[in-house]
Design a protein around this ligand. Structure first.
Ligand code: GFB
Length: 308
């Protein structure tokens, strides 16, 4: 890629897409193309194909997706499956039809079997059953991985799939019903602290382990791969370390300055017990995450819409 290559970033208003745009701008890329949902509906096949035919970007980031935390995934199962299948199929096939040779598809660590060995190597894909709370989303993301692999095999494209672990950072979703755990705990701790509460509710048992990657690190890893013309197999992106949800809650409370008690709401699902990614494939290429968890959480807190 050169600095004036035309790079189409989908989902640029979301947490991942906006981080990729920031990182590209910082790297001197000046020809970044974005479209809002009103300008281009990614569920509309013919609109997406026309867009590609007219714009002919050099590179596409598939960062647009319907995403959410455990409860949203478990509740809006049809929407997560249908919309993600359509978005990725329209973008990947549309890019191919317009002869766009380079593309990066972003998935999620929930594509791997629920009970696979830890840390999770890329080759564990499709070796076991998925976590039920996010099976529809995971199936859609697995289809995306298979689309990139298949267009490469059949048509010689250089489409890459990247699987980030749980992400957090600026432009995260702080709606408690649909968010992921980290933004939810930041908001709950902030509100509890502001109200002077004695306790804060954390869903599930607190025992599941999760790995958290700052979205700016993910964006940096993506641009690192773009700049090295990486066109190899599926790659995990993570930090290589995880914490329990209970430990995460303690760190968040500490960052916010809330000194109350944690109450576990065991009527809410735990989800997968652990999903720590093996990041050695990406590390061997020379990239690693840089943001320490506590510092990243502090930065996310200060960027949160309710921070004053
Ligand atoms: O982040 P999260 O919603 O998604 O939840 P997953 C992670 C863990 O945190 C679960 C617990 O064990 C939750 O029960 N948790 C505790 C909370 N308190 C809260 C809370 O207030 N809100 C939320 N949301 N969780 C999603 C998948 O899985 O992660 C997606 O559903 C995707 O497919 C995404 O892979 C990255 O890590 O369980």
């Amino acid at each position: 890629m050169n600095p004036d290559s035309k790079i189409f970033v989908t989902g640029h208003r979301g947490m991942v897409g906006s981080a990729i745009v920031r990182r590209l701008q910082a790297g001197g890329y000046s020809n970044i193309v974005t479209r809002t949902r009103t300008e281009l509906d990614l569920l509309d096949q013919s609109a997406v194909h026309t867009f590609f035919r007219d714009e002919k970007p050099d590179y596409v980031f598939v960062a647009a997706a319907k995403v959410g935390g455990i409860q949203a995934n478990n509740t809006f199962r049809a929407d997560f499956l249908y919309q993600n299948l359509l978005i990725e199929a329209n973008l990947i096939h549309g890019a191919h039809l317009a002869d766009v040779d380079r593309l990066m598809f972003l998935g999620s660590s929930c594509i791997y079997p629920r009970d696979c060995n830890q840390p999770i190597k890329e080759e564990y894909l499709l070796t076991g059953s998925l976590e039920p709370t996010n099976e529809p989303y995971a199936i859609a993301k697995i289809a995306g991985v298979k689309l990139t692999e298949s267009y490469n095999r059949q048509y010689g494209r250089k489409y890459v799939s990247v699987m980030p672990t749980n992400l957090y950072g600026p432009n995260d979703n702080y709606d408690l019903a649909s968010s992921h755990v980290l933004p939810a705990l930041l908001r709950k701790a902030h509100e509890a602290h502001t109200r002077g509460d004695q306790e804060m509710v954390v869903w599930g048992s607190g025992a599941p382990r999760r790995e958290f990657l700052h979205v700016d690190d993910l964006a940096d890893g993506c641009v690192f791969l773009l700049e090295r013309d990486y066109d190899g197999p599926l790659l995990n992106v993570g930090t290589g370390a995880d914490v329990t949800i209970g430990e995460l809650a303690e760190i968040v409370m500490d960052v916010v300055g809330f000194r109350g008690r944690i109450v576990y709401d065991r009527s809410k699902p735990d989800g997968t017990p652990r999903k720590l990614l093996d990041v050695s494939r990406l590390a061997a290429l020379g990239w690693r995450a840089r943001t320490p968890l506590r510092a990243g959480i502090r930065a996310a807190y200060e960027a949160a819409p309710f921070f004053e």
